[in-house]
Design a protein around this ligand. Structure first.
Ligand SMILES: Nc1ncnc2c1ncn2[C@@H]1O[C@H](COP(=O)(O)OP(=O)(O)OP(=O)(O)O)[C@@H](O)[C@H]1O
Length: 235
């Protein structure tokens, strides 16, 4: 498979913290980012998204240099943990924002939103406000917006970590299956080796100032020799 995302000799500096990355992510793959707390996983996603400035290096998307593109013009969506819903808008409108920031949507788009609501188990809830949904349902709505956006690259920064373990797993599986169905390339931060084993083909290890090139998940997590050994051994 061709490379979708390429990070060429990136250097990120935030105060005394630095992170280097020189790696590529394959088209249509699911890649986990793992490593110790404070290692720079969120910072790396922020650099790809354009929120975190680069000291040097370039970001390519299918060979196009997007290093200077503002965040809104990059071909990606991000799902954060604090989910991203506007409290004064309905769930349907929140999902619609994925397609049009000013909610300029025609009948086909509103019926697309209905289809997404149905698919995410939120049928009939489109007119509710976020506060009228449970935490798990709000996560589904935030995922709905990403589905509606149809961007080819999706960055997941532990969006479901605050949900209980069962729901977290269910939501991650739903997110991965619904997003990868459309051929999207997914990059997700996780602390959970089981999540990585279940859904990710590769792991980018971020530790000690470096984001390493993706390794096959089994190899990265292998207890005896893998690069995450020290980190995974921690309680
Ligand atoms: N705006 C900032 N200015 C200075 N330093 C920052 C800034 N944002 C983050 N950092 C530092 O950058 C480093 C990486 O933080 P980051 O949040 O990317 O790590 P992480 O691997 O995602 O951690 P966690 O697993 O705890 O979420 C940390 O040392 C943090 O203190």
């Amino acid at each position: 498979m061709p490379d979708a995302l390429q990070l060429e000799q990136l250097l990120i500096r935030q105060g005394s913290f630095t992170l280097a990355a020189d790696l590529a992510v394959q088209s249509g793959s699911v890649t986990a980012i793992m490593g110790p707390s404070g290692g720079g996983k969120s910072t790396l996603l922020g650099a790809v998204a354009g929120f975190v400035p680069l000291e040097r290096g370039r970001v390519f998307w299918y060979g196009d240099d997007i290093t200077q593109s503002p965040p809104g013009q990059r071909p990606l969506s991000i799902l954060f943990q604090d989910n991203n819903l506007f409290p004064h808008l309905t769930i349907a409108q929140n999902i619609g924002l994925g397609r049009s920031p000013r909610l300029k949507l025609g009948t086909p788009e509103w019926s697309e939103i209905d289809t997404i609501l149905e698919r995410l188990g939120l049928a009939g809830m489109g007119k509710r406000k976020p506060s009228e949904l449970s935490g798990g349902q709000q996560s589904r709505a935030a995922l709905g917006r990403v589905l509606m956006a149809r961007r080819p690259l999706v960055l997941l920064d532990e969006p479901f970590a605050a949900l209980g373990p069962g729901l977290k797993q269910e939501m991650l599986d739903l997110a991965i299956s619904s997003l990868s169905e459309a051929g999207q390339t997914l990059v997700m931060v996780t602390h959970d080796p089981d999540d990585a084993r279940r859904v990710a083909g590769n792991v980018i290890v971020v530790a000690e100032g470096k984001a390493h090139a993706p390794l096959p998940t089994g190899q990265a997590l292998d207890g005896a020799t893998g690069p995450l050994r020290g980190y995974l051994a921690q309680p």
